[in-house]
Design a protein around this ligand. Structure first.
Ligand SMILES: [Zn+2]
Length: 586
């Protein structure tokens, strides 16, 4: 491709709305533009990277027997009602109506569609196992789109669904997909870890997340937090990591004291009240209010002042994926008091809601605790579970912390945390969808059985950003050769110079003849501009054609290592192939 025939709108300035290195570089290198919050356009250079990742993924899916299909993105409500997910999916589902006022949604995932398709197609155990996959856009109405294309509302995914005659076959196949995923991410040049993950809105028996991480980089961005145990090697998404129910704070044993109301004007947060009363945060019982979108239930959630609620665990314990934090106005309407002064003692319910109290396990161990007094500008001291308030359900509803025991080896002071970008997710679904949708086949004994299923996703557009987050420098992107938009950038210092042009054109045609993806910078620009653009877009190899080395030699520059070598033109193809092969192992 000649650059004057291409479209490469590079930017010198970083757009102000970019909140990550990868989004800055994707804008500046002319890979993407933004239409509106969380929705992006891919320009030709960006799409070339997407296509590379897509092809690697396709090859590995085909290698384990996957069959590519194309499923619709516009989905009717009825199949979502069958699984209950029309309600359960919550606000992330983009819902719309057609002209006849029928409900539809834009696909965030395709378990319903594929199960609906298969129940009419596969009838016998002899046709199993089968795995179908597709590439396509997915939609998720993120509450806060961020990190550029990493947390977008429209994104490009590979999703796959497998159907098996029994658990054993499904588990064996799960391992094959797991290995294929490792090969895909390695081929994309990514460094990743695999962690246990929460099954969330997809559900099922267990799941793994493939996460891109960057060791020794505390500034590495990522929408997920991963916990690692340095002792036993355990790793999990914080959404999933179990907190062992044990007393980890060293409360001094003390007698239960009498309740005492304290005047705490204008102090609301745990931080503020703790400073005001000069009491440690560990004694505070933080009270949060969640409401359901599908029932009249309101959940008063109690958690120790220095902990964070884990909404994924909370949803599991309550068994309702639609719960969300109630607004300050609604809290006041229901309980007659501002959220900062809410607590479990003397709770008043003013409206027609069913209120349930859900408490984190840690609450049990708090003696003479402090909470809001359900009275404006007041807190109450010395509250004790069982004597002053009751709880409908205790459970693990918080994020694990570095003070917790490792859930596996049960040792203390072994947990570390890092940020990660989720690039792949595999789920062992079991019969969750086939039962809900009555999808059956006939087994060896002519008996109807439910399909055992798995589903497997890869965030193709996310991989572009994740790869950049792992590989860049102050000059720009550094692509791994397997996903680079072009492999070689020919940079003639002055394309108007007859001799330079002649050699540059000759090299360009030679590379094309050898099927090496090449871009020739034939622009009438200063060399400085060309060098800056070449570095910014991160093509693995650059050939500089300059007067001083002609007629027989050019300079070969490796973007990743900044090495420069003078090469004889007649050796250039061998040298390029050799260097690219060595770069594939980086
Ligand atoms: Zn451990």
């Amino acid at each position: 491709m000649k650059l004057t025939d291409f479209y490469l709108p590079t930017l010198r300035e970083t757009p102000s709305e970019c909140d990550t290195i990868s989004s800055q570089l994707m804008f500046r290198a002319g890979l993407i533009r933004k239409l509106t919050s969380g929705i992006y356009e891919y320009l030709p250079l960006g799409l070339r990277v997407i296509k590379k990742i897509e092809q690697i993924t396709r090859e590995e899916m085909d290698a384990i027997g996957g069959l590519e299909v194309w499923l619709p993105h516009l989905l009717p409500r009825n199949i979502w009602d069958e699984t209950g997910r029309w309600q359960l999916y919550g606000n992330e589902l983009f819902r719309l109506k057609d002209r006849k006022n029928a409900d539809f949604c834009l696909s965030p995932t395709a378990e319903e569609v594929i199960t609906d398709l298969i129940r009419g197609e596969l009838r016998s155990y002899r046709q199993l196992p089968k795995m179908f996959y597709q590439f396509g856009v997915k939609f998720r109405d993120e509450i806060r789109p961020r990190f550029g294309v990493i947390r977008a509302r429209e994104f490009y995914m590979k999703d796959a669904y497998s159907f098996h005659k029994d658990e054993k076959d499904a588990e064996e196949y799960y391992k094959k997909v797991f290995d294929a995923y490792c090969r895909i991410f390695r081929r994309c040049g990514l460094k990743f870890v695999v962690v246990e993950a929460a099954t969330g809105a997809i559900g099922g028996k267990f799941s793994h997340e493939f996460m891109v991480v960057k060791e020794n980089d505390p500034n590495f961005i990522g929408e997920e937090t991963i916990v690692f145990c340095s002792e036993c090697g355990y790793s999990a998404n914080i959404e999933k990591a179990e907190c062992i129910d044990s007393q980890i704070d060293s409360y001094e044993f003390s007698d239960l004291k009498n309740l005492q109301e304290v005047y705490t004007p204008n102090v609301r947060t745990v931080e503020e009240v703790s400073n005001f009363l000069k009491e440690s945060k560990e004694k505070f019982i933080k009270t949060l209010v969640y409401i359901s979108e599908i029932s009249n239930n309101v959940y008063l959630v109690l958690i120790k002042g220095d902990y964070e609620v884990n909404e994924s665990k909370l949803k599991d314990i309550i068994g309702d994926g639609t719960i969300r934090l109630a607004s300050a106005e609604l809290v006041k309407e229901i309980f007659g008091v501002s959220v900062g002064f809410l607590g479990p003692v003397n709770l008043q319910v003013k409206k027609d809601y069913i209120v349930k109290i859900i408490a984190d396990n840690s609450i049990k161990y708090i003696i003479n605790g402090i909470s809001g007094a359900n009275k404006e500008d007041y807190h109450v001291k010395n509250i004790n579970y069982g004597r002053d308030y009751n709880v409908d359900k205790f459970g693990d509803i918080r994020n694990i912390t570095k003070y917790d025991l490792c859930p596996i080896c049960k040792k203390k002071n072994t947990l570390n945390f890092s940020k990660g970008i989720e690039i792949g997710h595999t789920f062992k679904l079991g019969t969750k969808y086939s039962e809900a949708m009555n999808a059956t086949f006939l087994d060896e004994n002519n008996k109807e059985r439910y399909f055992v299923m798995g589903c497997y996703g890869i965030g193709i557009s996310r991989i572009v950003a994740a790869a950049i987050e792992q590989n860049y420098d102050e000059k720009g992107i550094i692509w791994h050769p397997n996903i680079a938009p072009f492999l070689v950038y020919i940079l003639p210092i002055d394309y108007n110079d007859y001799q330079i042009k002649e050699v540059a054109d000759k090299l360009y045609n030679l590379l094309l003849k050898h099927n090496i993806e090449v871009i020739l910078d034939d622009r009438d620009e200063r060399p400085g501009v060309k060098f800056k653009d070449a570095d910014l877009i991160g093509i693995p190899l650059r050939i500089t054609v300059s007067k001083r080395l002609l007629p027989d030699q050019v300079e070969l520059y490796i973007r990743k290592t900044s090495e420069r070598q003078v090469i004889n033109i007649n050796e250039i193809i061998n040298k390029i192939n050799e260097t690219l092969a060595s770069l594939k192992n980086f």
